[in-house]
Design a protein around this ligand. Structure first.
Ligand SMILES: *Cc1c(COP(=O)(O)O)cnc(C)c1O
Length: 391
């Protein structure tokens, strides 16, 4: 059970599981525990559950069920897309030796391209970012080359919530007539903005369950029909031979349910969260001197608020807020492990060192209330005031 007094404002790192999601998972933990590869009734039940979940996941992104490959989450989906396709390229058209990504990708993309550069000898190009937090289309056009086998740019940035101009990027690519695929990390976009892979002409898309109130450790990669990639996990041939290993049935069932729920509640839920976002931004900008908002307020998802406070250290602020029961983040949860690394996203926006070190991210969820935000703003005001007094 969640401690009552705590206020969770870190929904970009993970979200609480929806009780309607855990409800449908439980029978697959205790009763229908069969291996989907088994031919008996218990096995067949789980096979059926997988198909149903695959259907709901595909619906949320406008794909066909047979274009959905379940993985262990966003990280693995990104690895599978980039490494899997690069391995296929090495075999089939080795003259395509460049990969193009943005500077503000998630670590699961950046670390993967570092690996591809080092071990598979691909050349990696990095697209510059505007001060507002969008990929720079001029830089993108300049870097896009006939040797680029793959572009990977996220739909929504996880630190500042900016929605990237993927549509324009795809159009620019199509005009070139290169044999280049477009992959997108859609983890932060899922449930926040409408996604239609067919209409958007995406070749691959990574998504994850635990950012949309589903279980952790499960996600999917959409691969457009006809595109061939090599597996990165070998074995019994599950997931149409692209991702072997007994399927994580109850998590897949939960992920499917979460997608079904978000398909229905997306518009309504996001407009509620949008009001919370406005409230928080207005109050902080008006009442806390020396505050700035990082990333554009236009083309930004409803749940992200990223501030910098003058003269404040974000890490210290985070720890202090936590003492008062308010849970936020200094950007990306995954990179919090790597101490002392300034946010590569804010750096790419061209922020000063002080602006970066004074930054903090609040990410809202549909479970948050106006009352919680009132409390959070008050504590934030008091803590920043106190820090400034004692300095
Ligand atoms: C959370 C996140 C991931 C990683 O997803 P996991 O399921 O936690 O592995 C990848 N990309 C972005 C943009 C994310 O926010």
């Amino acid at each position: 059970m969640k401690e009552k007094s705590r206020i969770y404002l870190d929904n970009a790192a993970s979200t609480p599981i929806d009780s309607a999601v855990s409800d449908v998972m439980i029978p697959y933990i205790f009763d229908h525990f069969g291996n989907p590869s088994s031919l008996h009734e218990n096995g067949r039940k789980t096979t059926l559950a997988l198909s149903k979940a695959r259907f709901h996941v595909s619906k949320l992104i406008g794909a066909k069920p047979n274009e959905i490959y379940f993985t262990s989450g966003g990280t693995e989906s990104n690895n599978m897309a980039l490494i899997g396709y690069s391995k296929a390229v090495k075999k089939l058209k080795p003259e395509y030796d460049r990969i193009l990504v943005s500077e503000i990708e998630h670590e699961s993309i950046l670390e993967t391209v570092r690996y591809l550069e080092k071990d598979l000898r691909f050349a990696i190009d990095f697209i510059k970012t505007t001060r507002d937090g969008f990929v720079d289309l001029k830089s993108y056009s300049d870097l896009l080359s006939p040797k680029t086998c793959l572009v990977s740019v996220m739909l929504v940035n996880n630190e500042i919530g900016t929605i990237q101009p993927i549509q324009s990027m795809v159009e620019i690519l199509k005009k070139r007539n290169y044999d280049t695929l477009f992959h997108s990390d859609g983890v932060q976009a899922l449930g926040k903005i409408p996604i239609d892979v067919r209409q958007m002409k995406l070749d691959m898309l990574s998504i994850s369950s635990h950012k949309i109130n589903g279980p952790k450790g499960i996600g999917a990669l959409y691969i457009k029909r006809g595109i061939c990639i090599e597996p990165i996990v070998y074995g019994g041939g599950q997931e149409m031979s692209l991702r072997s290993g007994t399927e994580n049935v109850y998590s897949i069932v939960g992920f499917g349910k979460a997608c079904e729920i978000w398909k229905n509640k997306m518009n309504q839920s996001n407009s509620v969260v949008r009001e919370l976002q406005k409230y928080m931004i207005n109050r902080v900008m008006n009442e806390i001197p020396g505050s700035r908002i990082n990333g554009s307020l236009q083309n930004r998802i409803s749940n992200n608020v990223n501030f910098s406070f003058k003269g404040i250290n974000g890490e210290n602020l985070l720890v202090k807020l936590d003492e008062y029961g308010i849970e936020a983040s200094t950007g990306s949860a995954c990179s919090s492990n790597k101490k002392k690394q300034a946010s590569h996203v804010l750096k790419s926006l061209g922020l000063s060192y002080d602006e970066i070190s004074g930054s903090i991210r609040f990410s809202l969820g549909s479970q948050n209330t106006l009352n919680e935000l009132e409390v959070a703003v008050k504590v934030l005001k008091d803590v920043i005031h106190e820090f400034r007094e004692t300095n």
